[in-house]
Write a protein that binds this ligand. Structure first.
Ligand SMILES: [Fe+2]
Ligand SMILES: [Fe+2]
Length: 289
């Protein structure tokens, strides 16, 4: 048993997202401006992010994921409107850099505003608005390693291209022959809908929004942290043609999540009427969480 502090190695939940920025400094398709070696230096410097991944890779087992799915996916924790969930998530106060870092609501609005500025459909803007609301898992007492971090399939071999692959040696599934072959419990081309992903905020918000949005938006929600697939092109042997088509939308979404930061923080009060309308269109009233 590990205690709460050890379980929450990062000072801020967003430290993970900042580490992504260093790992992927350019949008997909752009020229890489950071070499592998430079990133390795960063990894070594950032001991809290490293410790976060050590815990994530050790404890995200197939059994752990099935247990969390049974616990959360019936959506019986609470009822909230989308705006209430945004305000609830905003109570997650990170204690460093109050001047330079955005609040959770500001990150959501900055993402959706960047999508809106580029003239994308309303469901795409809505996906930007809600994509991180699954982080309320933190407020339900989940440790950082079960809320954020790159996601990856469990129940089959862990890809060597997942960040810090060496930490998977501490995951008991790595030494279980049934769970460590390339397809593991799945079959080739079975489609990602049949694959259990490491537990975190993506799967949770996908389930909350499941029947409300077009598939393109649902893929953005469900797989936006699946960097091993949308950036590293791993796990294609588990995908079907529909997944491959939809992943182009996940790739379209990613720059808005990662690279819309650092601009002026959006004005929450001024934007609220527009977004209340958008919420009314796609997910009105109290939702089950
Ligand atoms: Fe996210
Ligand atoms: Fe995000």
């Amino acid at each position: 048993m590990i205690d709460g502090n050890v379980n929450q190695p990062m000072e801020r939940l967003d430290d993970w997202e900042e580490s992504l920025h260093l790992r992927y400094p350019e949008p997909s398709g752009g020229k890489p401006s950071k070499t592998k070696e430079e990133f390795r230096n960063y990894e070594e410097a950032s001991s809290t992010v490293r410790e976060f991944y050590r815990l994530n890779h050790r404890f995200q087992t197939y059994d752990f994921v099935l247990a969390k799915e049974r616990e959360y996916l019936p959506l019986r924790k609470t009822e909230m409107t989308v705006w209430e969930a945004m305000e609830f998530l905003n109570t997650l106060v990170d204690d460093s850099d109050p001047d330079t870092s955005l609040s959770q609501i500001e990150h959501l609005l900055q993402t959706s505003e960047a999508i809106r500025r580029d003239g994308h459909p309303r469901w795409f803007i809505f996906a930007g608005l809600v994509h991180d609301l699954g982080k309320v898992l933190c407020l339900f007492g989940e440790p950082q390693w079960a809320v954020v971090g790159d996601t990856f399939p469990v129940g089959c071999r862990f890809s060597e291209k997942i960040v810090f692959p060496e930490f998977f040696s501490e995951n008991p599934d790595s030494s279980d022959p049934a769970l460590s072959s390339p397809c593991g419990v799945y079959s080739e081309g079975c489609g990602l809908r049949n694959v259990h992903m490491s537990w975190g905020h993506d799967e949770y918000i996908y389930r909350v929004m499941k029947d409300r949005l077009p598939d393109e938006a649902l893929y953005m929600l469900r797989y936006h942290s699946f960097y091993p697939a949308h950036r590293e092109r791993e796990y294609e042997h588990l995908m079907d043609d529909h997944d491959r088509e939809m992943f182009e939308w996940v790739r379209k979404f990613n720059p808005y999540d990662l690279y819309s930061k650092g601009e002026e923080p959006p004005s929450v009060a001024a934007l609220r009427p527009y977004y209340e309308d958008l919420i009314e269109e796609f997910a009105p009233g109290k939702l089950q969480w």
